[in-house]
Design a protein around this ligand. Structure first.
Ligand code: ATP
Length: 317
């Protein structure tokens, strides 16, 4: 089994041609492929790994653009194009104070309409890794499709990876986001979070939070630290793997490309749910896997955009 299978949202991000303005003031936008699980699949494919993306988009020109974008980077697209709704849109701006403004067009978006019966067994049975996020947990039927696919992939022997990637603006309330994101932790073997996400989810610091997250079922917690790299916490280890210094110009997609780099390494090492804790605690292994993931994330910040910024294996090496 070699495939890294990512399921979730695939949408268009409209990003300002110049940063530093509130959304109300931005005059012109550029189209970009978006959706965290799709970015992760693209990161794996760009590195030369076997990546599949499962999702739903509109049968419309934006949907066509998204399929083409994933095809071009080498992702196998297990994508349903529907007439039921249009491809989702997100307008995003980075204000002068560093905060992001979001405006979503998802009432509903096609990605929210993915159903369990549309997710074919053959898309899951060759998965070395199944990866999902929390945006596809916000509404039905996509929520059940995401969770069922995780259980099915797990039954086929896949390692399950979860990046909650909290996007509060999309949830009905902060409380509903917190409750649902925490409720699904037990499905995952590996969970990637930021320090801010731990604080939001549990109201504690990263050290206490990582232990609380482990108690909910995952075997390994990865805490991303921006330029400082990441921290790897399991029952057998708690180590910081230092970041790679770069001149960052745009951090869009850094978290997703980091996850892509991590999953690419885990799959090439043949890591399984049964051996992951031991494998990562062996001498030099965490440094290899997460040093690599840190470099993938770092390179992504040196170029604009998410998918266009992803590195090849040669660049990372
Ligand atoms: P998101 O992309 O949703 O913000 P995140 O919070 O996980 O996700 P970061 O921690 O900013 O993302 O970045 C992920 C990884 O990318 C880091 O762990 C690090 O390896 C790398 N990285 C990010 N920013 C930098 C930077 N300025 N310099 C070097 N490496 C970076």
């Amino acid at each position: 089994k070699t495939y890294i299978v990512c399921l979730g949202e695939l949408l268009i991000d409209f990003v300002p041609e110049v940063n530093g303005q509130a959304l109300a003031d931005v005059a012109s936008f550029q189209r970009a492929a978006g959706g965290a699980p799709a970015n992760v699949a693209a990161a794996v494919a760009k590195l030369g790994g076997d990546a599949r993306f499962i999702g739903k988009i509109g049968r419309d020109p934006f949907g066509d653009f998204l399929v083409r974008t994933l095809d071009e980077v080498g992702v196998q697209t297990a994508v349903i194009q529907t007439e039921e709704a249009k491809t989702g849109l997100a307008f995003v701006s980075l204000r002068a104070d560093g905060e992001r403004d979001f405006l979503f067009f998802r009432d509903p978006a096609a990605d929210m309409l993915l159903r369990t019966d549309e997710v074919q067994a053959q898309w899951l049975e060759d998965a070395a890794v199944y990866h999902f996020g929390s945006v596809s947990l916000i509404a039905e039927p996509c929520r059940t499709a995401t969770l069922d696919a995780a259980r099915r992939a797990k039954d086929f022997g896949a390692l399950v990876s979860y990046d909650p990637n909290v996007r509060l603006a999309l949830w009905p309330s902060a409380d509903s986001a917190r409750a649902e994101i925490l409720a699904q932790l037990g499905l995952a073997d590996v969970v990637k979070v930021s320090e801010e996400e731990i604080e939001f989810l549990l109201g504690v610091d990263a050290t206490t939070g990582a232990q609380q997250l482990l108690q909910r079922g995952p075997k390994v917690i990865i805490i991303t630290l921006g330029p400082d790299g990441c921290r790897v916490v399991s029952a057998r280890q708690d180590v910081v793997i230092p970041g790679t210094p770069v001149a960052a110009v745009d951090t869009t997609g850094a978290g997703d490309s980091f996850v892509g780099g991590m999953l690419f390494q885990l799959a090439s090492l043949g890591v399984t749910p049964a051996n992951i804790v031991y494998a990562l605690a062996e001498a030099g292994v965490a440094e290899r896997v997460f040093g690599f993931a840190n470099r993938v994330g770092a390179i992504t910040t040196t170029r604009r955009g998410a998918i266009p910024a992803l590195p090849t294996l040669a660049e990372v090496q």
